[in-house]
Design a protein around this ligand. Structure first.
Ligand code: SF4
Length: 218
């Protein structure tokens, strides 16, 4: 009975643990941002433009799960600071795309170093624990993405090249068609430059196979 209760509560304790990490990360982001006069949202924008840019305002807002109005305010400040520039989109000269200036690229590199305090904490985990942790995180993020609660990002679970659980080898059960190679949970990507989004129906199927280790039944 006691064991049942402990198992029942484990989800709640994981949620509490993640919330504590989230609080620590926000505190760290505010502290680091205030040194450079950036809000966490402005810092995230630089980071997102560095990894996925150039982007239109609506795309940037959607990727950060903020409203276009909030995005517009932050972009205005970043343009004033000469960290972000606006230019005509390559595919449609009437549309405007946001990109990083040289100073913005330097700042984005510094911003990327903020999670270092988390990386140091993760370093105490064994390789096995890290792979299991990453697998769990990717499953959680992918599930939230499929429910529309957070934006879809460039993770294996939504990539057309991902083939989860195609091998019996527990160390390398997945395959990436892009590099045509097997890989394990420790190799799951959360922001892959080679990511190519799978169609929605295929994404749902990939998630089902990845989470359950078997194809969807319906
Ligand atoms: S291309 Fe990148 S995101 Fe896609 S399956 Fe391969 S490693 Fe994962």
């Amino acid at each position: 009975m006691v064991v049942d209760k402990m198992n029942h509560d484990i989800g709640q304790r994981i949620a509490q643990g993640l919330a504590r990490i989230g609080i620590a990360q926000r505190q760290q982001a505010w502290a680091a941002g205030s040194e450079r006069n950036l809000t966490p949202t402005q810092a995230q924008m630089l980071s997102q433009l560095a990894s996925a840019g150039p982007l239109r305002l609506k795309e940037l807002a959607a990727q950060l799960a903020i409203t276009p109005a909030t995005a517009s305010d932050s972009v205005r400040v970043l343009v004033e600071k000469k960290l972000v520039s606006k230019k005509a989109a390559a595919t449609d000269r009437r549309a405007v795309e946001l990109g990083l200036t040289a100073a913005g690229r330097r700042e984005a590199k510094r911003v990327a170093q903020w999670p270092d305090f988390l990386v140091q904490a993760i370093d105490v985990l064994s390789m096995e624990d890290r792979a299991a942790f990453l697998r769990g995180l990717v499953k959680m993020i992918a599930t939230l993405q499929e429910r529309g609660e957070i934006p879809v990002t460039r993770m294996c679970s939504s990539c057309k090249f991902f083939r989860p659980h195609v091998y019996r080898d527990v160390n390398q059960p997945h395959h990436c068609d892009f590099v045509d190679a097997p890989f394990g949970d420790g190799g799951l990507q959360t922001d892959c430059p080679d990511h190519d989004a799978a169609p929605e129906a295929r994404r749902r199927e990939l998630l089902q196979v990845f989470v359950n280790g078997q194809p969807a039944t319906s």
